[in-house]
Design a protein around this ligand. Structure first.
Ligand SMILES: [Zn+2]
Length: 427
């Protein structure tokens, strides 16, 4: 059911284009994944996510476990059905939130004793917990429970977290291998790539652009329910590499984690406040160690320059809350750099936000109108900004993929840097 097909590799940079086949559709890489923390990408409906060509979204295990709870989502038929999103979903393991949000009581090799950031209730999070919850959510891709270190941290702290991350990866792997094998017909990625989008294309359907779902499509959709009679469809498990900014620890973690046979490998613990030069150096070190035939996911990274540089270092998948969080705060990412729509200079600016962009905001509205909406506290401002920022990052990944397939990724990067300017960013 899961397969990664590497289609092209840039000879100059090592950037990769590929296809990740999942039970809910084929993900074309490099890909940017919007974050749907609580069963929704904030301010975006499933229909809108399809319209901006979102291929896969992320769900947060820690948040969904606390609210509404995994049993309710399982009862609804899994997260896909609960939120009516029938394209691929990746769930994180909850590790990052456990260490960054909850009040920690005690960490041992068995797991983490902590208190909820919502109501102070007591919980025990462990590899077993993470696998159980993600199984109930029914995501296409699950992540191993890991210990993420903050930045800065000492070498001893990084080493302790690394050791525990490997221990927990082994436990997750063991649990994963005990999942019962599934019998009967499963939907294929090819079938779902078509059907997942059809459901939300009612407007396009009435305009005759997209055909209405056939009886076969409806059947495919029914078969795709992730929890059928208490049996789950197939899920993949990714391992996570830790080691902070210590080169030898990153190498050790990569070797330990890749010795376990996971469907894909993620790089965690970066973009937590370290200089970008550290992030790029770690990626350069990991690039030759990671298996060529498995997808690589750089967790929590989504600033445009980080995407361009990450792709150049062989990364296939990215996620980040930045586009939606910044969008709600009135900060937009455009092809020339960041724009703060609150600024007075946009009061009479009747030009589009970004003439290169094809989102709702850029096609239909002006900067002056958006500034007015934002200053008036209108909800539409948050929606338009979130959509624009997500579409911007999705377009970067799409453009990169096309360039890699055409053998001109270095020229694509040059063009990006010739337009994009950001005072905080070095290359
Ligand atoms: Zn736009």
């Amino acid at each position: 059911m899961f397969e990664f097909r590497l289609e092209a590799t840039c000879k100059t940079t090592g950037a990769r284009a590929g296809e990740l086949v999942t039970p809910h559709g084929i993900v074309k890489t490099p890909v940017f994944m919007p974050v749907g923390t609580l069963g929704t990408v904030k301010a975006m409906s499933s229909r809108e996510l399809h319209e901006i060509e979102t291929q896969i979204i992320l769900g947060n295990t820690y948040h969904l476990y606390l609210r509404p709870g995994p049993d309710i989502i399982a009862e609804a038929g899994g997260l896909h059905k609960f939120m009516n999103w029938h394209s691929p979903i990746l769930t994180d393991s909850g590790g990052f939130q456990v260490f960054s949000l909850s009040r920690l009581n005690k960490i041992t090799d068995a797991g983490v004793e902590c208190r909820s950031h919502i109501d102070g209730s007591k919980h025990f999070m462990s590899p077993d917990w993470a696998m159980d919850v993600q199984r109930k959510l029914g995501s296409d891709i699950m992540m191993c429970f890991d210990q993420c270190t903050p930045y800065p941290c000492t070498r001893n702290e990084a080493e302790a977290a690394l050791r525990r991350t490997t221990l927990w990866a082994e436990r997750c792997h063991e649990i994963y291998n005990q999942f019962p094998s599934l019998e009967g017909k499963q939907t294929t990625g090819e079938e779902m790539s078509r059907v997942g989008r059809l459901v939300f294309s009612s407007a396009a359907q009435s305009a005759g652009v997209v055909p209405a779902p056939t009886a076969d499509d409806e059947k495919t959709l029914q078969n795709a329910n992730h929890v059928v009679n208490g049996e789950l469809t197939q899920q993949a498990l990714f391992g996570i590499i830790q080691g902070s900014v210590f080169d030898d620890l990153r190498v050790r973690s990569a070797k330990e984690i890749t010795s376990l046979d996971f469907t894909g490998y993620a790089i965690g613990g970066l973009s937590v406040g370290e200089p970008h030069s550290d992030m790029y150096r770690i990626l350069d070190i990991l690039n030759p160690i990671l298996p060529v035939d498995k997808p690589r996911y750089l967790m929590g990274v989504g600033f445009p320059t980080n995407l361009i540089e990450g792709i150049a270092r062989g990364i296939d998948m990215f996620d980040c809350v930045l586009p939606t969080r910044n969008g709600r705060n009135g900060t937009l990412i455009t092809s020339t750099g960041q724009v703060n729509i609150k600024a007075k200079k946009y009061e009479r600016d009747f030009s589009p936000m970004d003439s290169e962009c094809d989102c709702t905001l850029c096609r239909l509205h002006t900067r002056a109108y958006l500034r007015h909406l934002y200053r008036s506290g209108e909800i539409l401002a948050a929606r338009l900004c979130s959509e624009h920022n997500l579409r911007f990052l999705i377009r970067i990944a799409q453009g990169a993929r096309e360039a890699i397939l055409n053998g001109n990724y270095p020229a694509y990067c040059e063009k990006f840097y010739s337009l994009f300017h950001d005072a905080r960013e070095g290359r």
